[in-house]
Design a protein around this ligand. Structure first.
Ligand SMILES: *Cc1c(COP(=O)(O)O)cnc(C)c1O
Length: 413
């Protein structure tokens, strides 16, 4: 297919998505109002964009931003820091903050995200939770839902300190987990062991469904600022939102016992963290529209996709199941070629640390590793699935899709 034909196809499919896009616009308005109300309630002023250095005592912008996050999610408290390197780091700090030797950590969404394997000790590391005598167990999902019977039996027979729920799918082939399912399982857990702490890995899910994990019954949730809530503007960082006593523990672990959240210089990032959060409802909406358009067009071209264009969405991730190594590679290269940064670089599969198979990654982003900007990656193994997410604006997302299709469908199609 020529580029001209592809553009016509994409425009035609886009026409059919008007009603779905309207729902996304309504959600964008809903989340924008939550954000705006929180900015006003906490009296965000120009002084909040100032900075601290050194210890970072009395950082008005930092402390106010944490109140804004807590308000938006109707939670008791929040910690939002550039001292968290990434979402993985925040998950690591949270787990170390909540667990003590001989405690038991249970994942009820199967194997956790790759970067947590060495944190937990699923893969050996001398600094893992396991090395501190913290035990770990997991219960697999069944048919893309929690195994409610197994969870009930497990909790009846074992005292569990922390339960981890990972909503987005990571590099697995399962579906991401809706907030309704999270709510149902939280009710079950609390009915058996009300003191068990429920921690949700909420990466990629923020501002997609209206209800958040705290409202669904979780105690704390964690996410990355180079994903949804950073709005593509935050240069790094992560957050945790939830119960006040748990957020305090996270602060004491991130810095040091006794200083906790009182310290942590913001080194000039405050304005970017506010602006990213302010734009996040719109950026997430753009990412969702791009994912839905991608899903619709690739389905029309006879590829398997997940989720489908009209499925209920839980996160911003779009899978395309290519069943063909070359198509995965060409599509991913086309996303890179269509990017604003490093568009002349051609990604090739490489041996990424921590992965068994080679991985190909397109990320022509302003911020290294940012996946709220249009990005696409996939392990080189059957059935050759692309994991695509992000787009700062819908127009750039659409142009990225056209670029990817043009490269993939160029020769021999
Ligand atoms: C991206 C992601 C993480 C880690 O976030 P980083 O900021 O990339 O470290 C953790 N869990 C899930 C489900 C993710 O998608």
């Amino acid at each position: 297919m020529e580029r001209k034909e592809i553009v016509e196809l994409v425009n035609r499919e886009e026409e059919s998505l008007k009603d779905i896009f309207k729902e996304i616009d309504e959600n964008e308005l809903y989340f924008s109002e939550l954000v705006l109300n929180a900015f006003q309630k906490e009296n965000v002023t120009e002084a909040c964009f100032g900075t601290t250095t050194g210890y970072g005592y009395s950082d008005l912008g930092r402390d106010t931003l944490e109140k804004v996050y807590a308000d938006i999610f109707h939670a008791e408290d929040a910690i939002v820091r550039n001292q968290f390197v990434s979402g993985s780091h925040a998950l690591n700090v949270t787990l170390f903050a909540l667990l003590r030797p001989n405690d038991l950590l249970l994942s009820i969404s199967g194997l956790p995200y790759d970067t947590l394997h060495e944190v937990i000790g699923i893969n050996d590391n001398p600094s893992s939770l396991k090395s501190w005598g913290i035990k770990y167990d997991q219960i697999e999902l069944v048919d893309n839902d929690f195994d409610y019977d197994a969870i009930k039996e497990y909790l009846t027979n074992n005292k569990v300190k922390v339960i981890e729920i990972q909503r987005s799918k990571g590099y697995s082939t399962r579906d991401s987990i809706s907030i309704d399912k999270v709510e149902k399982v939280c009710k079950l857990i609390k009915s058996i062991q009300p003191e068990t702490i429920i921690m949700v890995d909420n990466c990629y899910c923020e501002f997609v469904e209206r209800k958040n994990p705290i409202e669904a019954g979780a105690d704390i949730f964690v996410g990355s600022l180079i994903k949804n809530l950073g709005g593509g503007i935050a240069p790094n960082g992560a957050y945790a939102v939830g119960r006040h006593d748990l957020i305090e523990l996270v602060g004491e672990r991130l810095t040091l016992p006794g200083e906790g959240r009182e310290v942590g210089p913001t080194l000039g990032v405050n304005k970017e963290l506010y602006q990213g959060l302010f734009l996040a409802p719109s950026v997430v909406a753009s990412a969702l529209k791009t994912a839905i358009l991608t899903s619709k067009v690739l389905e029309t071209l006879s590829f398997n996709v997940s989720p489908r264009y009209n499925d209920n969405r839980v996160d911003i991730v779009q899978n395309i199941i290519f069943n063909d190594e070359q198509k995965l590679i060409k599509y991913t290269q086309g996303i890179q070629t269509g990017s604003p940064v490093d568009s002349n670089a051609l990604p090739i599969p490489w041996d990424m640390p921590g992965y068994k198979d080679q991985v190909i990654m397109a990320a022509g982003c302003f911020t290294q590793g940012s996946s709220i900007e249009l990005s696409c990656d996939g392990p080189i193994r059957s059935p050759y699935i692309a994991y695509q997410q992000g787009a700062m604006t819908y127009s750039y997302g659409k142009l990225g899709l056209i670029s990817a299709l043009t490269r993939m469908l160029k020769d021999g199609e």
